[in-house]
Ligand binder design. Structure first.
Ligand code: AKB
Length: 316
C-alpha cells in the first residue's frame, strides 16, 4: 500500500528538509506539505500543499478527512527562546496542537505519527554529561515542559489507544536550507551565515557553553529510520535521546577558521538564552536509539562545518 504522508509545519527548519527527503522516497504526490503560512517556492512547486492551523480543529479535521494520511509528522511548535517571550502561546500551540493531532490520528486510524521532542525536556537537576534516557527531568522553560508533557501524552495514546507514535529528543539542529525559528541553539546556524557574509560573528552564548547539536542530514536520516523501524523494535513511546555531537562556540569557531582563516568570534553579555543553555545537558547518551533501531551518527564537527559552508556559499 502506498503511503499518504502529511507534514505539518513544513516551512520550518526541519519541515523544509523533511518534505524534500520524503518526496524523494514516497513520490511528491504522496507527501502533503502544510503550514500556517504560504509555502516557500520549492515546496509549492514540488508537490501538494495545504494551509493548516493546528489550533483550528475544524480545518484540521477537514484536512485529515480529505487526505486520510497514513503517516503524520507534526513539526509545528514554538521553540525555547520565543517560548519564554510568549509562554501561554507556546504552551497552547505545543500542547493543544499535539492533542488535536493525536485525537484525529486515532479517529482516522493514521498508521504512524511522528512528533519531535527536544533536549529541552532536561533541566538543571538532570545529569549534565551523557544525560541518560531515564533520569531526573525538571525543565524550567515553557518549551521544555511542554515537550515533557507532550512526551507523556504520546506514550499515553500509545498505551491507551494503540496509536503508533514515535519521537526523538532532537539536539540543536544545523542545516543550510532553512533557518531555525527562535531557539537557544540558533547561534550554531547564524554563525555560518555571518562567517560567509561578514567574516565575523557575535555569539549570544558564552565561549565555553557546550550543547548537543546535530547536522540536519543526520537528523533527517534518524527521523526516517525511526519511522521505518518495525513497531516491535520501538521500546520507547515517549521520545528517544539522540546524542549528536557536543561542542562550544569556541570549538565551532575554530573549525570555521580552518576554512575561513580571517573569521573572528566575539561574545555578547547577558543574553537571556544563556540561562536556558546552562540548564540543558552538555552531552547525551543515546544507547537506546542505537540498540532499538540501529542509530549511528555520520557527521562529526569537521564534516558538518565543511558541508555547511560549501552549500551555504552557493545560496547567500
Ligand atoms: C531550541 O533551541 O529551542 C531547539 C531545541 C534544542 O529544541 N533548537
Amino acid at each position: 500500500m502506498s503511503e499518504k504522508i502529511l507534514v505539518i509545519g513544513a516551512n520550518g527548519q526541519i519541515g523544509t528538509e523533511l518534505v524534500v527527503a520524503l518526496r524523494g522516497i514516497h513520490g511528491a504526490e504522496n507527501v502533503i506539505a502544510s503550514d500556517i503560512n504560504d509555502p516557500g517556492y520549492a515546496i509549492r512547486h514540488s508537490g501538494p500543499y495545504e494551509l493548516v492551523n493546528v489550533l483550528d480543529k475544524d480545518n484540521l479535521h477537514h484536512i485529515f478527512d480529505k487526505h486520510r494520511p497514513t503517516q503524520v509528522y507534526l513539526l509545528a511548535a514554538i521553540l525555547s527562546a520565543i517560548g519564554e517571550q510568549k509562554p501561554k502561546m507556546a504552551w497552547d500551540l505545543n500542547m493543544t496542537g499535539l492533542i488535536h493531532i493525536l485525537d484525529f490520528a486515532v479517529e482516522f486510524k493514521t498508521a504512524k505519527v511522528f512528533w519531535p521532542s527536544s533536549i529541552a525536556v532536561f533541566g538543571p537537576n538532570s545529569p549534565q554529561f551523557h544525560t541518560p534516557q531515564y533520569c531526573v527531568m525538571d525543565p524550567n522553560t515553557v518549551y521544555g515542559f511542554s515537550k515533557l508533557a507532550g512526551e507523556r501524552w504520546c506514550e499515553y495514546y500509545f498505551t491507551k489507544y494503540g496509536l503508533d507514535v514515535r519521537s526523538i529528543r532532537y539536539p540543536g539542529l544545523i542545516g543550510w536550507r532553512a533557518n531555525p525559528g527562535g531557539g537557544t541553539t540558533d547561534y550554531a546556524v547564524h554563525i555560518f551565515h555571518e562567517a560567509l557574509k561578514k567574516g565575523k560573528y557575535e555569539s549570544f552564548l558564552s565561549a565555553d557553553t557546550a550543547l548537543p547539536m546535530m547536522y540536519m542530514d543526520d537528523a533527517i536520516r534518524a527521523t526516517i529510520s525511526l519511522m521505518d523501524a518495525p513497531a516491535d523494535q520501538i521500546t520507547i513511546r515517549s521520545s528517544y535521546n539522540l546524542a549528536g555531537l557536543s561542542f562550544t562556540p569556541t570549538q565551532l569557531a575554530g573549525e570555521i577558521k580552518k576554512l575561513i582563516p580571517g573569521f573572528e568570534i566575539s561574545y555578547a553579555d547577558n543574553d537571556p538564552r544563556q540561562a536556558i543553555a546552562d540548564s540543558w545537558p552538555k552531552s547525551i547518551d543515546d544507547s537506546y536509539a542505537q540498540r532499538d533501531w540501529g542509530w549511528k551518527l555520520e557527521y562529526d564537527l569537521a564534516a558538518m562545518t565543511s558541508d555547511m559552508l560549501s552549500n551555504l556559499k552557493n545560496i547567500i
